[in-house]
Design a protein around this ligand. Structure first.
Ligand code: XUL
Ligand code: CO
Length: 442
């Protein structure tokens, strides 16, 4: 990947990040992520398909409910929205190519700004998409997925496709249509719907049935539009149980899969599983991955981590090798990603204000996943991990258990079988053994 620098070099003191190996102590080098390293027939680059999230990395200046942003991005200094957006894109491609990440993800408003009407955004987006096309071509960086931000602007305070006001829903449609067009023009293989305000705060003022049906109708229209206009990739829903809305309709993987089936969307949609959303739903990330994978609906992931002591979406960079290994075990068992990947939906802390912090955070996250990939591959190939799970179910491999799975038995057959075998033996689930096994391979 050639390092792409626009009119201004924004990250002057940082050159292309290289792989130095696990003994390196250089914070600006990869210890584990060697993009050409082959693991089980695929390079790390092909396995992990990393993406930089445009919103956190190039737009998020660190504001929180108690104070404004702390990071003064030089690309934001330009006097008008369009020039700032162009500069931001120069900075983005310089950062992404120096880091050596193959993909990026964006909302329409990350690249074009959220100022003005949806038609103002449309005009700017057209200019920025043309610039992105040129920059992608020159750098080799690709778009993993695109999306529309139909949750930040005040017009969406009551939702987008679930808004009780049809006029607002139509405005959201303009943004979604344009973001799908942009994704197609930039060769994105995914289009994500995250329903930040698709939910409700109070039942007293909400017709939940109508809202869910509207969401289904809207998504079918968006899908049909995409398919008619050449989008051959995957549509994705990103579940999250709450925040900003108190009750979000896309609560978790299983809720979303039920919705997709009911609304006739299951053939075109998969799930984009985010770590911190899984934990907000009271699940582990691995659980959410497994539920999606069992239904062949694991499309892509948003990588980050939550804070163990508080309950909201802190979007920290992933560093926990044990938990990421558990995730990689699920991803590898599911056969890995096809057109999805690992998008760092993660942000620096508000007081991480050095430019190098942006690089260090991503390098650290990438190394965590690369190391977890190696460990998970080792566990699956060289340990009794899978065998032990399979053996737990061996009573269904033959005889009456086999017939049961195929629907060939009646309740009376189960009764007769129980009579024949008597009180069953207690069989250990070996949980601690398996937890220890993971530690041993780490
Ligand atoms: C918010 C979140 C979003 C989606 C894209 O919690 O994860 O950034 O990933 O809209
Ligand atoms: Co996300």
């Amino acid at each position: 990947m050639t390092v792409l620098i626009g009119n201004t070099e924004y990250f002057k003191n940082i050159s292309k990040i290289t792989f130095e190996g696990k003994d390196s102590k250089n914070p600006l080098a990869f210890k584990w992520y060697d993009e050409n390293c082959v693991v089980n027939g695929k390079t790390m680059k092909e396995h992990l398909r990393f993406a930089v999230a445009y919103w956190h990395t190039f737009c998020g200046a660190g504001d929180d409910p108690f104070g404004p942003g702390t990071k003064q991005f030089p690309w934001d200094a330009a006097g008008n929205v369009l020039d700032a957006a162009k500069n931001r894109m120069d900075a983005a491609f310089e950062f992404i190519t120096k880091l050596g990440v193959p993909y990026y993800c964006f909302h329409d408003t990350d690249v074009a700004g959220d100022e003005g009407s949806v038609f103002d955004i449309e005009k700017r987006l057209a200019v920025l998409v043309e610039k992105a096309q040129q920059m992608q071509k020159a750098s080799g960086v690709k778009l993993l997925w695109g999306t529309a931000n139909v949750f930040s602007n005040p017009r969406y305070m009551n939702g987008a496709s679930t808004n009780p006001d049809f006029n607002v829903l139509s405005n959201a449609a303009v943004q979604v249509k344009n973001a799908i067009d942009a994704t197609i023009a930039l060769g994105g293989t995914g289009y994500v719907f995250w329903g930040g305000r698709e939910g409700y705060m109070s039942l007293h003022n909400t017709n939940t049935k109508k809202e869910l049906d509207h969401m289904g109708q809207f998504l079918r229209m968006a899908r049909d539009y995409g398919r008619q206009h050449g989008f051959t990739g995957t549509f994705l829903i990103e579940p999250k149980p709450m925040e900003p809305t108190k009750h979000q309709y896309d609560f978790d993987s299983q809720t979303v899969m039920g919705f997709l089936e009911k609304q006739g969307l299951a053939d075109d949609f998969k799930i984009n599983v985010e770590v911190n959303h899984a934990t907000l739903a009271g699940h582990s990330f691995a659980h959410e991955l497994r539920m999606a994978a069992d239904a062949q609906k694991l499309g892509s992931i948003d990588a980050n981590k939550g804070d163990y002591q508080n309950g909201w979406d802190t979007d920290e960079f992933p560093t926990n090798i044990y938990e990421v290994t558990e995730a990689m075990l699920e991803i590898l068992q599911a056969g890995g990603f096809s057109d999805g990947g690992i998008n760092f939906d993660a942000k620096l802390r508000r007081n991480s204000t050095d430019v190098e912090d942006m690089f260090i955070a991503h390098i650290s996250g990438m190394d965590t996943f690369a190391r977890a990939l190696l460990i998970a591959d080792d566990i699956l190939k060289n340990s009794p991990y899978l065998d032990m799970r399979n053996k737990r179910y061996s009573s269904f491999g033959s005889g009456k258990g086999f017939d049961f799975e195929r629907g060939k038995l009646q309740m009376s057959d189960l009764y007769a079988h129980a009579l024949e075998v008597g009180e069953p033996e207690l069989r250990s689930g070996k949980q601690e053994y398996l937890e220890q096994l993971i530690s041993t391979y780490i």
